[in-house]
Design a protein. Structure first.
Length: 195
């Protein structure tokens, strides 16, 4: 991220004493450091098992963050409980609800339920974040970095107080709409031809 201009927009100032579930679109290898850049607290990320196997970075990811075994759905409850425990300890979580890097940015893929189940069960707010330009800086299918300003937008938190698992779809839809509305502002042409 060195020498890349960074433009951060925060819709509201978040409490440093609160733990949040940050959810964002996912289009690039730069998304984890980008999301950490806009958040004023340490974030524990949920990521696929293979991230824990990478040289050097993998050791750090395995020992600090939470790995997800996408081939073993029986471990979901263990994953949910570990995530809820971290939130209750005061750590915020970073989750990319598309589940994998989107190969057709800037439009979004469908969102999975996990982030919202965790947030509701822990009764912690969800904060949508739009990563506007990472797919242009380091595309998921491209080997090279391109010099483009990094633009991030942190939106207002959405409370989960009093919500139950019956509200997962509504909460998921609301956060996706917030992220998508920001992307549409920056990429109206791509969204007008979606379909």
């Amino acid at each position: 991220m060195i020498l890349i201009p960074i433009k951060k927009e925060k819709k509201v100032k978040l409490s440093k004493k609160e733990a949040y579930v940050f959810v964002s679109n996912h289009t690039s290898f730069l998304d984890i450091p980008a999301l950490q850049l806009i958040v004023d607290q340490f974030v524990i990320f949920l990521g696929k098992n293979s991230l824990g196997k990478a040289p050097i970075f993998g050791w750090m990811f395995r020992n600090i963050h939470i790995t997800v075994d996408r081939k073993n759905s029986r471990k979901n409850e263990e994953l949910f409980q570990k995530s809820i425990d971290r939130l209750k300890e005061g750590y915020s979580l970073g989750i990319f609800p598309e589940g994998t890097q989107n190969r057709t940015p800037p439009t979004l893929n469908s969102f999975k339920d996990g982030a919202y189940i965790i947030a509701i069960r822990a009764q912690k707010p969800v904060v949508p974040v739009t990563i506007v330009s990472n797919w242009k800086i380091w595309p998921s299918l491209g080997p090279y970095l391109k010099w483009t300003p990094l633009r991030l937008v942190q939106h207002a938190p959405i409370s989960t107080e009093g919500l139950t698992l019956d509200d997962v779809d509504r909460l998921k839809k609301k956060t996706k709409e917030v992220i998508e509305a920001e992307l549409k502002k920056h990429y109206p042409k791509e969204y007008s031809t979606k379909g």
